[in-house]
Design a protein around this ligand. Structure first.
Ligand SMILES: [Zn+2]
Length: 422
């Protein structure tokens, strides 16, 4: 009997795999190895070929082609880590079979209620099977739903050679949540022509636009004197100047708290300091590279204004690119998106293309030359106690992928991978 996507999912979410942005190793945490090794063993047992665990924790394997045609190699990605900001330890998944639509009170913290009044997309899930955590942890559907979907697909394809498809590469990677998911992945070793991450939410979703992101650090050096010295107007407090900068930031429609859809933002992530020295860290986000640059200019302009009013202090602004909107490259050849749309329709879904308000592993991969849109995998409300997965949506994701790999065989033969990096 093949294992179901649900039983796989329930096994995977119990393994604690939070990543850690303060660590310099890859994977950033030892505990991610537990799941990575387990997946490697399972792929081997299922009969996948070329199984390797690369030294930085990338689990790679091949589902061999069943066609003689020369068709592009399609890679499928899911990440094993969970976000470090909320506990992922001791996850107790609870299955709610045929959910009746009533608010779900999580038993370990009854203040945590998953309610469709708050999450309207749940209306389409009444009568379906949901899995939640128990109230004190996240669930880890982000992205263990993607892992379970890909493993279930692998088992199905390996036992159904009559389904015609080209070579499929599977990649399970660590550290997506800390923005380093594919940094050390050797794309030659992966050997794919096109890829998809299974890390999206709603059925039908094909995300091929992400934010472009920069990080910025503003440092301020003040003039420190003893506060009791009474020499009026000698002290210049770096901390007070930092506060002035924060207060000067545009808020309405320009901050992380007040934007959605295609609006970008300047978001202060941390501030530290004292009279002598202060530092504020920011992230800047926009789907449009020119607008992102304008946001950086705006930040510099605000600093300039405050600096002009207090020439005794020293200001420094450093802006560093983090990642770029994959749409800039995907637009060159929309076939990976078109075929995903067609696969969605083939399983009765309406394809949608909401731009992602964030980066994905696919942003980096696309920038590096491997075009990688993101597809839904059935997880919802990531990164907190209200996270849940819908079993029928995970099953639908598997079905959609079965269609997609066949479509690449039928229609993808002429797809050319980008060879030059822009
Ligand atoms: Zn994810």
């Amino acid at each position: 009997m093949p294992e179901t996507v649900l039983s796989r999912f329930l096994r995977y979410v119990k393994i604690h795999t939070a990543s850690d942005s303060d660590s310099n190793t890859t994977p950033s945490t030892e505990r991610q190895w537990t799941l990575l090794r387990m997946l490697a063993d399972e792929l081997r047992e299922l009969g996948a070929s070329d199984m390797t665990i690369a030294k930085h924790g990338y689990v790679l394997a091949t589902i061999p082609a069943t066609t003689r045609k020369r068709v592009p190699v399609v890679a499928l990605f899911a990440h094993v880590d969970t976000v470090p900001g909320f506990s992922g330890e001791g996850v107790k998944p609870i299955a709610h079979r045929k959910w009746n639509g009533k608010p779900i009170v999580l038993p370990d913290d009854p203040a945590q209620v998953i309610d469709m009044a708050k999450y309207p997309e749940m209306k389409s899930q009444v009568g379906k099977d949901l899995v939640t955590a128990s109230g004190t942890t996240l669930l880890g559907a982000d992205d263990k739903s993607g892992v379970a979907v890909i493993m279930t697909l692998a088992e199905f394809l390996l036992s159904h050679p009559e389904i015609e498809h080209g070579p499929i590469r599977v990649c399970f990677n660590p550290d997506e949540e800390i923005g380093r998911g594919v940094d050390k992945l050797d794309l030659k070793e992966l050997g794919a022509d096109v890829a998809y991450t299974l890390d999206g939410e709603n059925p039908g979703e094909v995300n091929w636009e992400t934010f472009s992101g920069d990080s910025a650090v503003v440092t301020i050096d003040g003039v420190s004197t003893h506060p009791g010295e009474g020499r009026k107007y000698k002290m210049v407090s770096a901390l007070m100047l930092a506060a002035r900068l924060l207060a000067a930031l545009p808020v309405e429609n320009r901050s992380a708290e007040t934007t959605d859809a295609r609006d970008g933002y300047i978001h202060a992530t941390s501030m530290s300091g004292n009279v002598a020295h202060a530092e504020i860290r920011f992230i800047l986000r926009n789907h449009d590279n020119d607008r992102l640059k304008a946001q950086g200019d705006q930040l510099r302009g605000l600093v300039k204004g405050i600096a002009a009013a207090e020439p005794r202090a020293k200001f420094k602004v450093q802006i560093t690119p983090s990642y770029r909107n994959m749409g800039y490259w995907i637009r060159e050849n929309m076939l990976p998106v078109d075929l995903a749309d067609e696969a969605m329709r083939a399983v009765g879904l309406v394809p949608t293309h909401p731009p992602t308000r964030g980066g994905t592993d696919g942003s980096r991969l696309t920038e590096r030359g491997l075009h990688t849109p993101n597809l839904f995998a059935g997880g919802h409300n990531s990164h907190g106690p209200h996270e849940y997965a819908c079993v029928q949506e995970m099953e639908l994701s598997v079905k959609m992928l079965i269609e997609l790999v066949q479509l690449w065989t039928k229609k993808g033969a002429n797809y050319k991978k980008r060879t030059k990096r822009k």
